[in-house]
Design a binder for this molecule. Structure first.
Ligand SMILES: Nc1nc2c(ncn2[C@@H]2O[C@H](COP(=O)(O)OP(=O)(O)OP(=O)(O)O)[C@@H](O)[C@H]2O)c(=O)[nH]1
Ligand SMILES: [Mg+2]
Length: 214
């Protein structure tokens, strides 16, 4: 009887599991975003740990959403660690690319400005991710982070100045769902909306990238 009850219990808890990888340059706010997402969707993690250290390796968690498990892979963004990202591409169902909106000059790559921060680095890294054949068709959410800071570039400028240019260079064949959203990982503003976007898009794309049953 115990075994039957346990089996029924486990069956009732079975859900689709999707994986999302958090990418972006070092210091962009990936781990802070991850902490806020855990605090929203994991009952056992109500308080986000906002004092972060640079990630070496990975932080992983599984959010329990009403209709799925969403596994989050938060990896290190330092230059020497970026070559490890590609090992996640084949199994991820969505990519969240986080940008530090205070470290990209005025956000327009056509402005050849000495004060453009890490805009060019950010463009090259994002293009490299999108050009990898294993990320083809994978939904992409770009987060313009640190919008709480006065010196941030607004999301419309990031869309026009950076994202549009990156997409112009994408292969015509690689149609993917994408969106750019403003967030502040530090205050938590926009984090729920970001998770909601990912949740809907991985489901739409499930024929191309099927989930795992857990
Ligand atoms: N003002 C502000 N600061 C932020 C925000 N998000 C992150 N930070 C700060 O930015 C710094 C880096 O944040 P992390 O989350 O550790 O960055 P990361 O992308 O995980 O960095 P790596 O692990 O090295 O790749 C920390 O000091 C955070 O407090 C934000 O939305 N606003
Ligand atoms: Mg980190």
């Amino acid at each position: 009887m115990y075994h039957l009850a346990k089996s029924l219990y486990l069956l009732a808890r079975r859900k689709e599991e999707y994986s999302v990888i958090l990418l972006g340059l070092d210091n962009a706010g990936k781990t802070t975003f991850h902490e806020q997402a855990k605090s929203l969707f994991l009952a056992e993690h109500p308080d986000p740990r906002l004092k972060t250290v640079p990630t070496v390796g990975q932080n992983v968690s599984t959010l329990t959403l009403p209709d799925m498990y969403l596994k989050i892979w938060d990896v290190g963004g330092q230059m020497s660690l970026r070559k490890l990202w590609q090992s996640y591409y084949a199994s991820c169902h969505a990519i969240v690319f986080i940008i530090d909106s205070t470290d990209i000059g005025d956000g327009n790559i056509e402005h050849d400005d000495l004060n453009s921060g890490r805009l060019e680095e950010c463009r090259l890294v994002l293009e490299d991710v999108l050009q990898n054949s294993e990320t083809e068709g994978v939904p992409l959410l770009i987060l313009a982070n640190k919008q709480d800071r006065e010196d941030c570039v607004e999301v419309v400028r990031i869309k026009e100045g950076l994202v549009k240019k990156v997409f112009e260079g994408e292969k015509a064949s690689s149609i993917r769902d994408s969106r750019v959203l403003p967030v502040s990982a530090l205050t938590g503003t926009g984090v729920r909306e970001a998770v909601d976007w990912v949740r809907s898009r991985v489901k739409w794309n499930k024929e191309s990238r099927p989930p795992v049953m857990r």
